[in-house]
Design a protein around this ligand. Structure first.
Ligand SMILES: C[C@@H](N)C(=O)N[C@H](C)C(=O)O
Ligand SMILES: [Zn+2]
Length: 235
């Protein structure tokens, strides 16, 4: 259980709708489909209607500051089966990075690696009270593309299992480029948050609107509010 799982869900029944991809840049082929993730007849490029509306508003804010820049969509809707596939994949990748072999792991090593995986991945829970954020159609993983069509450097790739994924990782760093990376992350955050999204405190690329994490983060910012989630798990 994460702290945000205490937030009640009052499902509003808004439909999952296609994202108008022409307004955005898109990672293609989709990074998880490319790995063989089991989407079935579902597409990752869907979100709840208000979430799509807010993403378009964020794109418009970005263009006021940087005409011809685009929000790049890395991932959006994710069925629980895909969440399960991706946490297993992340576990195998973590083993590979550490040059470890699954069957040779001690129980402690196995637990340590799962802990690392779950620092950035939500559990593939089928419990209606604890849905993975992307399975609600309310969460989106994004970055920026500049006017030359180049991905803006945020100082680490999306989905990296490391502290570099923390949004403020470069805030007080004296590494070359650190200020620029931090400024790029802030720009992404500013346009998304101006449109009503909240950013995951552990990932510079993950934003949501209307799910449990969003409600919890709003309540953290303002102790007087009692936001609840309006989107639960879809399938
Ligand atoms: C790891 C990243 N792609 C992501 O989406 N993380 C959140 C927390 C999730 O799994 O819902
Ligand atoms: Zn995400």
């Amino acid at each position: 259980m994460r702290p945000y799982h205490q937030i009640p869900i009052q499902e509003c029944g808004e439909p999952l709708v296609p994202i108008p991809l022409k307004k955005f840049a898109v990672e293609f082929p989709h990074p998880y489909e490319k790995l063989g993730a089991p989407y079935g007849e579902h597409s990752p490029y869907f979100l709840r209607q208000s979430v799509v509306d807010n993403l378009i508003a964020a794109q418009n804010y970005l263009q006021i500051l940087h005409p011809d820049w685009h929000i790049q969509i890395f991932d959006a809707y994710r069925p629980v089966a895909v969440q399960q596939f991706m946490v297993n994949y992340a576990f195998c990748e973590a083993l590979r990075d550490r040059r470890l072999i699954g069957i040779e792991l001690s129980e402690i090593q196995r637990q340590e690696i799962w802990q690392e995986v779950y620092k950035i991945w939500a559990e593939p829970s089928l419990d209606e009270k604890t849905p993975p954020p992307h399975s609600t159609g309310a969460a989106v993983d994004v970055t920026l593309v500049d006017d030359r069509g180049k991905i803006v450097d945020m100082g680490s790739p999306i989905d990296e299992l490391s502290d570099r994924s923390l949004p403020d990782y470069y805030l007080n760093s004296d590494r070359p480029q650190a200020q620029q990376y931090h400024a790029n992350r802030l720009l992404l955050q500013n346009v998304l948050e101006k449109a009503g999204f909240k950013r995951n405190p552990r990932e510079w690329w993950h934003f949501s609107f209307g799910d449990q994490m969003w409600a919890w983060l709003n309540n953290q910012t303002n102790q007087d509010t009692k936001f609840v989630a309006r989107y639960g798990r879809l399938i």
